[in-house]
Design a protein around this ligand. Structure first.
Ligand code: AHM
Ligand code: MG
Length: 337
């Protein structure tokens, strides 16, 4: 059977279906090669001297791991020369990174969380890269990194592509260009991502939930009610037993939901209220919401569809509830009463 590489899949999306432009195809291929390089670095672990703290903090005040910094550098270097981007923004950088003057500028903006699930790096548990692609508005001011921030402040509905790589027992790339969700598996010998699943569909119902239960006392009433009902199981109002999973890497938790359904919640809680939530809108919540909706699921803050939020700032945080449609709708309903 002929293998469909990522390059071939993208070429078909471009040529036959007219879904993507040549530049967007190139952009996604460059990101996928950067993810391969990150996967190789992660795979070396302690042998490559890449584990442990970098000794610095990011813009969110979080301690950076060596692999956070390395992954960020790999994505920046891979993407700045190709002429497909106007600017990039990352969890690990305060301000956008402009394409250096010596390179041509393109029409796209790229945001990423270079290595999501940092707390899992040193314990050999799945981590990932999340990315989102927007078009750069015409006439956007890209004269300085600070001025460029405004170009990024577009709602998730404006995304033209989004995806994540999950570095687990296998390295996978999960992608949408707005035409369903496709999964590619990294063939390490060939050094290529091969299509292994198309038209991913998240089951509408589930018996599996993902939430950090240690935050229970800080949650708002609707989420407390919903989780209490799930924990009550067959004897409770939902009439079925649920199972709980929490990897603490959003990529791994979302990938499980892509594979077999479930609901993932990092809801508003009183600990993170001042900052608006825990997860970041532009490079965590939005790309995941785009992918989940493209797979037939739903994604909300509890009060608003995530993709409809108009960002006020680059590193904005939001509550996130996503996954199997019927469960997301149930907990959304609890927020409305
Ligand atoms: P990070 O981008 O700094 O790794 O933080 C995001 C991660 C998500 O992957 C995950 O869902 C969440 O933070 C885990 O939070 P907690 O430590 O509360 O379990
Ligand atoms: Mg993250």
């Amino acid at each position: 059977m002929t293998q469909r590489t990522l390059a071939r899949y993208l070429t078909e999306e471009q040529r036959n279906k007219g879904v993507i432009t040549a530049d967007l195809k190139f952009l996604i291929e460059v990101v996928s090669r950067a993810c391969q390089a990150i996967s190789i670095a992660i795979g070396k672990g302690g042998l490559g001297g890449v584990l442990g703290e970098a000794g610095s903090d990011n813009v969110q005040g979080e301690a950076q791991k060596k692999l956070d910094v390395l992954s960020n550098d790999i994505l920046l270097e891979a993407n700045e020369w190709g002429g497909h981007l106007a600017a990039m923004a990352s969890e690990e950088m305060d301000l956008p990174h402009l394409v250096p003057h010596r390179f041509p500028k393109g029409e796209y903006l790229l945001t990423f969380d270079p290595l999501d699930g940092s707390s899992n790096i040193d314990v050999n548990v799945s981590i990932g890269t999340i990315f989102s692609v927007l078009k750069c508005p015409e006439g956007a001011d890209l004269s300085t990194p600070a001025a460029a921030e405004a170009a990024f402040l577009q709602p998730g509905t404006a995304q033209v592509a989004a995806g994540y790589a999950v570095y687990g027992p296998t390295t996978l790339l999960v992608l949408t260009v707005g035409n369903g969700v496709a999964v590619f598996t990294l063939d390490r010998e060939q050094g290529a991502f091969i299509l292994t699943q198309e038209n991913v569909q998240i089951p509408a119902d589930t018996k599996e939930f993902a939430i950090n239960m240690s935050n229970q006392r800080f949650w708002e009433a609707p989420v407390k009610r919903y989780v209490d009902e799930m924990v009550a199981g067959k004897e409770g109002p939902l009439g079925k037993d649920y199972n709980m999973r929490w990897v603490a890497s959003m990529v791994a938790d979302v990938h499980r939901i892509m594979t077999r359904g479930g609901i993932f919640m990092y809801p508003m809680d009183s600990k993170v209220q001042a900052q608006g939530g825990k997860l970041r809108l532009m490079y965590e919540a939005n790309p995941m919401a785009f992918l989940v909706e493209q797979a037939g699921g739903a994604a909300t803050t509890g009060r608003q569809r995530i993709l409809d939020i108009v960002p006020g700032k680059l590193h904005q945080r939001v509550p996130v509830i996503l996954g199997s449609k019927n469960e997301v709708e149930r907990v959304t309903g609890y927020h409305a009463v």
